[in-house]
Write a new protein. Structure first.
Length: 281
């Protein structure tokens, strides 16, 4: 159950917690949004869940009700103290005071599951660590099977972008998973109110690897060079960055049926994959 603003103010006072802009501490106060996050996570009694930034534990309450075990990672020591008091009788919850970006996925996995199994990531993320968290759990093993996040609406829209508006961010997320926006969330749903609206996004991670390790390294090398100057033609970026003559690049583009003057934002994931396979470095 969400905590109304007046009660939040009392908790801030009691525990000496003042929401930090630098830490992206905006607390959800809309029950409907909370319900949508939980529904999107699609939890059942055998699920293991990793939660990042539980705050005052409103999402945590729902996660422990529906899951086999929850591991919640909170950076703020005062919030950890509050959470441990609040959930002292919950047997399927472990609260860890730490920086999520400084813990290896393997350590988190061992704490949550032990030796084997799968887990889901559910979080109302501080905006300032969104990119780092996505990279951490999309790229590095052990990965979750799904990710449900509440993040900036603008970032969510960039993640699900289609050709014409693609970016290195959208290509990266779509390479590793299948993202979709569940719903948009007004800034009025938080206290203190942030400056921008948010969105609930769900990413189902892909089970199969597209490339082997060496080919994947080549893929990202080419993609990063391709997006190095997003407004320029892709052939110019690749020719300059890879030190390959333009005719070779043009032929590679033509071989995968791409227009010579296309820009990096125009390609979908499959076209990037085909292009990389046809480029000999």
């Amino acid at each position: 159950m969400v905590i109304p603003p007046q009660k939040l103010k009392e908790l801030f006072e009691e525990f000496g917690i003042w929401p930090s802009k630098s830490k992206g501490q905006n607390f959800l106060i809309n029950q409907n949004v909370l319900d949508k996050i939980v529904k999107a996570a699609d939890l059942n009694s055998v699920d293991y869940v990793l939660e990042i930034g539980p705050g005052f534990g409103i999402l945590t309450e729902e996660l422990v009700k529906k899951s086999k075990k929850v591991l919640s990672i909170e950076l703020d020591k005062r919030l950890v103290y509050f959470l441990k008091q609040k959930f002292q009788h919950e047997n399927n919850l472990e609260i860890l005071q730490s920086d999520i970006l400084k813990i290896k996925n393997s350590e988190l996995y061992k704490k949550l599951l032990g030796e084997k199994g799968s887990y889901k990531l559910v979080a109302n993320l501080p905006y300032n660590i969104t990119g780092a968290v996505l990279r951490k759990f999309l790229v590095y093993e052990p990965k979750p099977i799904s990710i449900v996040l509440l993040l900036q609406k603008e970032v969510a829209e960039r993640i699900i972008a289609k050709p014409g508006k693609m970016s290195l961010l959208s290509l990266s997320v779509q390479y590793y998973g299948e993202p979709k926006i569940i719903d948009n969330v007004s800034k009025e749903s938080f206290y203190p109110k942030p400056e921008v609206d948010s969105a609930i996004i769900k990413i189902a991670l892909k089970k199969e690897h597209i490339f082997c390790e060496a080919e994947e390294k080549k893929f990202w090398q080419i993609a990063k060079i391709g997006f190095s100057s997003p407004r320029k033609q892709l052939q110019n970026n690749l020719s300059a960055g890879l030190k390959i003559d333009k005719d070779t690049i043009k032929n590679a583009l033509k071989s995968v049926k791409l227009a010579p003057k296309c820009r990096p934002a125009d390609l979908n994931l499959e076209e990037w994959i085909s292009l990389v396979k046809n480029l000999v470095l």
